[in-house]
Ligand binder design. Sequence first.
Ligand code: PLP
Length: 423
Amino acid sequence: MQTRGTTASDRILAERARYVSRGMATPKLVVAHAEGARLTDPDGRVFIDFAGGIGCQNTGHRLPAVVEAIKEQADRYLHQCFMVGVYEPYVEVCKRLAELSPCAGDEQRSILVNSGAEAVENAVKIARAATGRPAVVVFDGAFHGRTLLAMTMTSKVKPYKAGFGPFAPEVYRAPAPYPYHGISSDDAIAALEHLFKADVDPSTVACVVLEPVQGEGGFVVMPPDYPARLQALCREHGILYVDDEVQAGVGRTGKMWAIEHYEGVEPDLIVSGKSIGGGLPLAGVTGRAEVMDAVPPGGLGGTFGGNPLSCVAALAVLDTVADDGFLERATELGERLRARLEEIAKRRPEIGEVRGLGPMLALELVERTPDRAQAVVAAAFERGLVLLSCGLYGNVIRLLPPLTIADEDLDEGLAVLEESLAA
Ligand SMILES: Cc1ncc(COP(=O)(O)O)c(C=O)c1O
C-alpha cells in the first residue's frame, strides 16, 4: 500500500503542476475510472460524482449504449470532416435534433460543432446573417463560454474576463430576473426596454441569448412568465430569440429542453452541448430552415465539428433521454432531491435559498462571498463527494449528478453534503 504523499494521484498532480498551465484550474481529484455516478482515482478511492464533468454526464459515465456505439464506429471510420465527406451519423443527429426541437417553424435544420462556446458563436453568426443586424443582447448572470465573443457575452469578470480584453463589439447587457436578489420579471423587462431607449436601437439587434436556467450564474431559474415576455418583445422588434441550453438541456431539468417548461415559448434558435455527446465533444445550433439557411455555403463549419464518434454517442444519448421513462425518473429525482435539500436548509441557517428546475438544483448561501461554498466543496471532497460551486459571488453550490444515479449514491452524497456544510 502506498503511503500518503507518494500515491499515484500525488505523482500525477505533481506532474500536472509541472507541465499544465495554472490558467487551467483543477481541484485535487485525479480520475482513473468512471461508471454511472461514481469516479475512482488511481489509488482506488471512490467518489460520488455530483458534478458530472460540469453537466456533461446526464446519462451517467460510460452509458453502455454510448460506449458500444463508439466502439462500433471506431471499427468503421474516425474523422472525415463533414466539409470533405458526408457521413450518416452527422445527418442522423441533425434529424433527431429537428424532431426534438422546441423552436418555431416546421422545418428545422442544425449544424454540429465541438463546444458550447463554438455553438454560441455560430448562433450569433447565423442570427446576424439572417437579420442583417450586428448587435447582441445578453444578460447579467450569463455564461456562454470562453472564446472572444462568448467571453464577451459572459457576465463574470473574474476569472473569465479580467485581463482578456479588448472584447468583441456590439454586445449589450440587461439584468435578468433573479427573484432571490430582488429582480422580478417586471424589473427585467423594464430594464430591457430602458436598454433599447438608452443604449442600443432595437432595430439593430440580431438576437438575444438567454439561458432558461443560468448555469454558471448560479442556477437562476427564469420565472414562468419571463421567456414568453422576452419572446414578445423580440417579435415586436424583429429580434431572434436564442435559447442557450448547453447546461440546462438534454434532460437536466426533467424535460429534453428546459424551455419546454415555459408555455407558449418557441425560440428561434437553440444551442445544445455538454451532455448531448455523452462524454464526447459535441454541440449544436438548431432552428428553423430559413434562419439556419441564411448563411451561404461555406460560411459555417470547422474541422472536427460533428466528429463521427461524437455523433454516434449523441444518437445513443438522445434515444435514452427522449425515452419517457428517463425523463420521468429525472423528474422524480428532482422532487426527492429538492425535498432533501429543503430539509437540509431548515437545519442550516447559512442556506438562503434552495432553487432550480426539476433535478437541476442548487443551494445559494446567504453570505455573498465564495469562501463558505469553497470550504463546503473542499470538505465534501475529503469525504468522497465531488461538488461544484457557481454564481456571480461564488456562493452557490450546484448539483449536477448523473440523472441515472442510484438512490443509495444520491442519499450518501446528500448525507456528505450536509456533513460538509456543518464541517
Ligand atoms: C449555458 C452555457 N453556454 C455555453 C457554455 C460553453 O460551453 P463549452 O465549455 O463547451 O464551450 C457553457 C459551459 O459551461 C454553458 O453553461
